[in-house]
Write a protein that binds this ligand. Structure first.
Ligand code: NAD
Length: 499
């Protein structure tokens, strides 16, 4: 089937993929689900593919396959062999980078340059955790007194995989949010059932083909597309799943915790945010204007780290707003396949409606709209980059995660670091944040006061494969990326031997 992409073309491999196998991956086989669902290009509204969705029955067979693989070939495989398979996956992904990139562009709507970067980061992530396998190490320590009093003894620790892991991921960076869970889990020796978002199944279906090519034994990685309330819920509450790792909204995170209670499975959560951006009077505006703008507008604002609460000092307020308005109004909106596109569409009509309702509410609450605020009169879910000034801490636009291209700016008169931190910390979230100033001492002192898992100075959202990422407060439990990302999939066993 040929599909129009606003006049832009796809590579032959992506075109072929869209007409290919849209089934689930369970126990090394592509299998049918219990129903079908359609996925659309959010920039045009056209149907990209009909894919299989699984429910409880498919989750049950995927978990059973993962258990067999854990107790069988994957669990007994030498570490060097596991490393080689992960490295092979990285090479297969690299060879298929155009396909993976284009699928996230058309399924999610993100600009191509961003999808290209996230695909490259995913390859790096798989390589990074492949390399970490041989560095999974325990410790030796002093044996307990009551044993060593009687005989020579030896105490050491083993790091062992948590077991069968359920991974539930969102739509906003489809490949990346899955790989940053899959790679460390597989490196740790776990087996996995992944439930992608029903909004963006495609890049993980492409990954399903690559899992086979890389040489994973059957059942090590299972990919079950499906809806949250059915497949997702079944995975989160499954009695034979040892851990559930979830990325998504804080509201769903609460449901995951409840569902996990039955067998008290381990839970890690990467949730929402409403991250503060503090612009001090001595900030370098040449850096701060584009940096603060992209803190909000990167990925259409559909970004958990989005810096959407701007605290701007009165001395630079007017100049900063002028620059931000100029930047935002100059952003090119369009299809993600267009190289000129800086901002793509929102994920769906329904989500677009929610973002527009937030914009209306901000106007009604008295925030001043200085640019944007409109949905584009064209097919697709395009909302203009939007900036509200004169915001106050009680307004919903300053408090709620909008997950769209909407910035709220509050003028502040203080440079007192405790007072600025109090403003920044006035939120249930704590995922990201940034401080913009030339005074490095003040920056580090302020960063220390901000209750958030990830704070940047003169840049925003500086995430990387090796840098731990996660939330304080209601932004989540645990950390992903880096060594801490691997630790989340390992148990520690302490062994004492009386010799
Ligand atoms: P969502 O919570 O609606 O859905 C996330 C996933 O959970 C999807 O796969 C969905 O099908 C599934 N799900 C929904 N209900 C479920 C249930 N009852 N049981 C089990 N699974 C269920 O989130 P979304 O709209 O897809 O993503 C946006 C949210 O994700 C935002 O809040 C954003 O901040 C957050 N997010 C956080 C991070 C992070 O690292 N902290 C990264 C990306 C996105």
């Amino acid at each position: 089937m040929t599909r129009p992409f606003d006049g832009h073309t796809l590579s032959p491999e992506t075109v072929a993929f869209l007409d290919g196998d849209m089934r689930l991956l369970i126990d090394g086989e592509r299998v049918e689900g219990e129903a079908f669902h359609e996925t659309r290009d959010p920039a045009t509204g056209i149907v990209l593919a009909r894919f299989h969705v699984g429910g409880k029955a498919q989750i049950d067979s995927a978990v059973a396959a993962a258990r067999r693989a854990f107790e069988g070939p994957w669990g007994s495989m030498a570490a060097a062999e596991r490393t080689a398979i992960l490295q092979h996956l990285a090479r297969v992904m690299e060879a298929n980078a155009t396909l993976l990139t284009e699928l996230d562009v058309i399924d999610n709507g993100m600009p191509r340059f961003i999808a290209g970067l996230t695909t490259a980061n995913c390859v790096e992530m798989v390589d990074y955790y492949a390399g970490a396998i041989l560095r999974i190490e325990g410790t030796t320590t002093t044996p307990p007194r009551h044993v060593s009093a009687e005989a020579e003894a030896l105490t050491y620790t083993l790091r062992e995989p948590v077991g069968v892991v359920g991974q539930i991921v969102p739509w906003n960076v489809p490949l990346s949010t899955a790989i940053l869970k899959l790679a460390p889990a597989l490196a740790a020796g776990c087996t996995v059932v992944v439930k992608p978002s029903e909004e963006t199944p495609l890049s993980l279906l492409a990954l399903a083909d690559m899992i086979g090519e890389a040489g994973f034994p059957a059942g090590v990685v299972n990919i079950v597309n499906g809806f949250g309330a059915t497949a997702g819920q079944a995975l989160a509450e499954h009695p034979d799943v040892d851990k559930v790792s979830f990325t998504g909204s804080t509201a769903t995170g609460r449901r995951i915790v409840m569902a996990a209670m039955g067998n008290l499975k381990k839970v890690s959560l990467e949730l929402g945010g409403k991250s503060p951006v503090i612009v001090m009077p001595d900030a370098d505006l040449a850096l701060a204007v584009p940096g603060v703008a992209m803190a909000t507008f990167f990925l259409q604002g559909q970004n958990c780290m989005a810096g959407t609460r701007i605290f701007a000092h009165e001395d630079i307020y007017d100049a900063l707003i002028k620059g931000l308005v100029q930047f935002a109004s100059g952003m090119t909106l369009g299809h993600g396949l267009d190289p000129a596109t800086m901002q793509g569409p929102l994920i769906s009509e329904a989500h677009c409606g929610k973002v527009m309702a937030h914009i209306d509410a901000a106007k009604a609450a008295g925030a001043r709209l200085v640019t944007g605020g409109e949905k584009l009169a064209r097919p697709g879910n395009f909302v203009q980059p939007t900036i509200f000034t004169d915001c106050t801490p009680d307004m919903a636009v300053m408090r709620e995660e909008i997950f769209g291209p909407v910035m709220a700016v509050q003028k502040v008169a203080t440079t007192d670091l405790d007072e600025l931190a109090r403003l920044a910390n006035d939120t249930p979230y704590g995922l990201s944040g940034s401080v913009w100033t030339r005074d490095m001492a003040a920056a580090h002192r302020l960063v220390k006061r901000v209750r958030s898992g990830h704070v940047s100075i003169n840049c925003h959202g500086a995430v990387g494969t090796n840098i731990p990422f996660g939330g304080y407060g209601q932004s989540g439990w645990g950390r992903e990326f880096g060594q801490e990302g691997l630790d989340g999939y390992l148990e520690t066993k302490a062994v004492t031997a009386r010799l």
